[in-house]
Design a protein around this ligand. Structure first.
Ligand SMILES: [Zn+2]
Length: 311
């Protein structure tokens, strides 16, 4: 009896709170501004729209409702492609607020480039996550029933590298903030644990085009460089590369990225050195297999069939 009473009081209080929240939310809402000049629309009051209509138009302010969510962008105007074609958008949730990529978006807009897209495309392939940039310029991943949505391979296994996925989920989930920008110097984080992740477009492009025939050109492309630098930052391992770089040494960040490479496939190779080797013709090489490492160590250019990046 006591229990029943408790339940009853509980339900009563919950519904009162719900009513109060909704009630106040109604009157806190800004005036509805119609998107057309239709007179009829202009005269319609907020109450005459269904919640679903309002949600679809992005006018609902979920932050005013009490909710388990940390973020106020529960119903973004996402295209719930591939995995959820028939699922209503409100089954999709978003996590994360730690990696700010606003500067990349701004640069894309200003220079008519699509670097943000290149980063997201690579990271999605390499982590299996579905990534988006929210309205605050934060990199986020899509979840369903509270779990990250992970793409699957044809055989039903999870796509991408589990290590990469966990690293990115962890980085996005921290309470710290990191900011991604573009730089004309080398891709870098100013110091281990710094919140500034700097990416160099030309360098990344060079690393991609300089990949040998049997090496996946994404192994030091947008996504992998993004994750490498992220690991140096405050949302990652906060550790440095070998300094000074001695040919053949890797360091904790390259080692972690090699774990990711191992999970992505043999064509990603294993980065055998953080530092480059310059051979007598003045070309720089980074080895991605033992053979290339051995040749470079002797001061020779690696065999064309081995795995390396030349620039
Ligand atoms: Zn580094």
């Amino acid at each position: 009896m006591k229990n029943l009473l408790t339940v009853f009081i509980g339900v009563f209080i919950s519904s009162s709170i719900l009513w109060a929240q909704e009630h106040s939310a109604k009157y806190d809402w800004p005036e509805l501004i119609p998107y057309s000049n239709n007179q009829e629309n202009e005269q319609k009051s907020i109450e005459s729209y269904s919640k679903e209509e309002i949600r679809q138009w992005g006018l609902l302010q979920p932050v005013r409702f009490f909710s388990m969510d940390r973020f106020d962008h529960k119903y973004p105007s996402l295209t719930p492609y591939h995995y959820a074609a028939n699922n209503p958008v409100y089954f999709i949730d978003i996590n994360g607020d730690s990696i700010n990529v606003k500067k990349i978006q701004e640069s894309d807009k200003k220079n008519d480039t699509n670097n943000m897209n290149k980063i997201i495309t690579d990271l999605q392939t390499q982590t299996g996550l579905t990534l988006k940039v929210n309205k605050n310029g934060q990199l986020v991943y899509v979840t369903e029933d509270g779990k990250p949505v992970i793409a699957t391979n044809k055989d039903g296994s999870s796509a991408g590298s589990a290590t990469a996925r966990n690293l990115l989920i962890k980085a996005i989930g921290t309470t710290k903030q990191a900011y991604v920008t573009l730089t004309s110097g080398g891709s870098r984080v100013p110091a281990a644990g710094s919140p500034l992740i700097k990416l160099n477009v030309d360098q990344i492009t060079q690393f991609q085009s300089g990949a040998s025939a049997n090496l996946n050109s994404a192994t030091m492309g947008w996504g992998m460089t993004f994750m490498h630098e992220m690991l140096h930052s405050n949302v990652g391992l906060a550790q440095s590369d070998p300094n000074p770089p001695i040919f053949g040494q890797t360091g904790p960040v390259v080692d972690m990225m090699n774990t990711v490479r191992g999970e992505l496939g043999a064509d990603y190779g294993q980065r055998m050195s953080y530092g480059e080797q310059v051979v007598n013709n003045g070309q720089s090489f980074i080895p991605f297999d033992q053979d290339a490492r051995r040749m470079l160590k002797k001061g020779y250019a690696p065999h064309p069939k081995s795995l390396f990046i030349k620039y």
